[in-house]
Ligand binder design. Structure first.
Ligand SMILES: Cc1cc2nc3c(=O)[nH]c(=O)nc-3n(C[C@H](O)[C@H](O)[C@H](O)COP(=O)(O)OP(=O)(O)OC[C@H]3O[C@@H](n4cnc5c(N)ncnc54)[C@H](O)[C@@H]3O)c2cc1C
Length: 427
């Protein structure tokens, strides 16, 4: 079959200079930042903007998350995980043969001497999280979705609270992350829904923000991109192919071509990389959510730190998001971890009935070295990657979009891009 020529753009489309593939938080922010630098962009997704991972998360813009989640080496967690008794980590046996090489590399990068260097690179991005969201929130008219009053980590025992407090002091000294401590009485006053006597206290990270409809925020950012003259198209990114004048991808309206393409497909980036012969070590840590009609709700999101799930107040109800399920992108759904987290949450407060008929399932796109992949692909001129933001892609979207746009347009960058370059994996 002969292939249509690249100039078969959907009628009335100004030929773009860049196609951005994927309209999650990362793709939308990349498109906005390229546009702000005078680049004509077409943003392409098979669904509407912000309907996948960027929709279902806990909605926290985590200014406190200066360190990416390391592989847990402590004996208690390892044993609970191995026996599949944990709440925070679960795994599917059928996925292990494929996942094991990635997990071993993840564990190696989590060794203290490696993790310290990774934290340094990660914290440089996180430092810009709220400052980079702020102008987008303002311009998109999304203030009504955002609460700027912090994120609480609750502890069931005083020993755990003391240990976390010592760490919070270290993080404050090194990275300037502000926090307050609440004992049980102060916590009860701040969150009257919590049953007395269940939590010994909490750390309140006051500079983090929370969003009551994460997918709604991405949709408003995408609307802003369109209002400023950008184009959002539906199409299948897996049709991306090199072409005489750059790259082209098939949309519902026909082929769209551009000299440059950015892959921001989150957990699905691996599918396209395989086709392009770039085997990057991307794996997924799955997470589930369910909303609850909690009669009292919470004022701020709360991490049940010793159990490993988050309760986040959302427009739709109190959203419980689970920790990590180690499975494959296409593994069957397994709600056991969600059930365990719900049982723990019911100890803390009256969750009320479930709101969703089915739990939501999403996939955190994780690299074995815990750092996102952002930059040019040496093997494929004109191709750029912006994915692999793991547990904090909702937080890091705007700063990562800016960093990618600055690299692509050859401008000075907000942070040194070297640690995040795809070249570290030989592509
Ligand atoms: C339970 C849970 C809780 C979380 N909580 C937080 C939190 O509180 N704070 C935080 O910062 N992060 C959080 N995260 C992580 C965060 O949600 C992700 O890192 C982030 O959403 C990734 O964004 P993305 O744009 O890379 O991917 P996505 O949002 O998944 O976007 C990828 C896009 O690619 C599109 N796509 C895929 N395949 C194709 C194709 N073939 N053709 C066209 N389009 C395609 C999809 O439709 C999708 O729109 C959480 C994640 C989970 C699972």
């Amino acid at each position: 079959m002969t292939q249509p020529p690249i100039h078969m753009q959907p009628s009335n489309l100004t030929p773009p200079q860049v196609v951005v593939l994927g309209a999650g938080m990362l793709g939308v922010c990349t498109a906005l930042h390229l546009q702000a630098r005078g680049v004509q962009v077409a943003l392409i997704d098979r669904r509407g903007p912000g309907e996948e991972t960027s929709h279902g998360n806990a909605g926290v813009i985590q200014q406190e998350a200066v360190s990416p989640y390391a592989f847990p080496f402590d004996a208690a967690t390892l044993l609970a995980t191995a026996l599949r008794r944990g709440v925070d980590i679960h795994w599917q046996a059928a996925a292990m043969p494929r996942l094991l090489p990635y997990l071993l590399r993840y564990a190696w990068h989590s060794l203290p001497r490696h993790h310290a260097a990774i934290t340094l690179a990660y914290s440089r991005l996180v430092a810009h999280a709220t400052a980079e969201h702020q102008p987008l929130i303002e311009a998109a008219g999304a203030q009504h979705l955002v609460t700027r009053r912090g994120f609480r980590f609750g502890y069931r025992t005083l020993q755990a609270l003391d240990k976390a407090l010592a760490n919070a002091h270290r993080v404050h000294a090194t990275h300037g992350v502000p926090f307050e401590v609440a004992d049980a009485a102060a916590l009860s006053q701040a969150e009257p829904a919590l049953r007395p006597g269940t939590l010994a206290g909490a750390l309140h990270f006051t500079s983090s923000w929370s969003v009551s409809d994460p997918g709604g925020l991405v949709a408003l950012y995408a609307k802003l991109f369109e209002q400023r003259g950008g184009t959002v198209l539906q199409g299948d990114a897996l049709t991306l192919e090199a072409h005489a004048s750059g790259w082209r991808v098939r949309t519902h309206g026909g082929w769209v071509g551009a000299p440059q393409a950015v892959v921001a497909l989150g957990p699905w980036s691996g599918n396209l990389m395989q086709r392009l012969g770039c085997a990057l070590p991307l794996f997924v840590k799955r997470g589930y959510h369910q909303h609850h009609a909690a009669p009292q709700g919470l004022a701020l999101p709360l991490l049940d730190a010793e159990r490993g799930y988050v309760l986040a107040p959302m427009r739709k109800g109190l959203r419980l998001t689970t920790g990590a399920e180690l499975a494959r992108l296409d593994s069957p759904t397994n709600p056991v971890q969600l059930g365990r987290a719900q049982a723990c949450a019911r100890e803390l407060l009256d969750l009320g009935p479930e709101v969703d008929s089915e739990p939501w399932l999403g996939n955190r796109p994780c690299m074995v070295d815990m750092l996102p992949v952002m930059g040019p692909v040496a093997r494929h001129p004109g191709l750029w990657f912006n994915f692999g933001h793991g547990h904090q892609g909702f937080t890091l979207g705007p700063v990562s979009g800016r960093l990618l746009a600055e690299q692509l347009t050859g401008r000075p960058t907000v942070v040194d891009p070297a640690p995040y370059r795809p070249a570290r994996f030989g592509v």
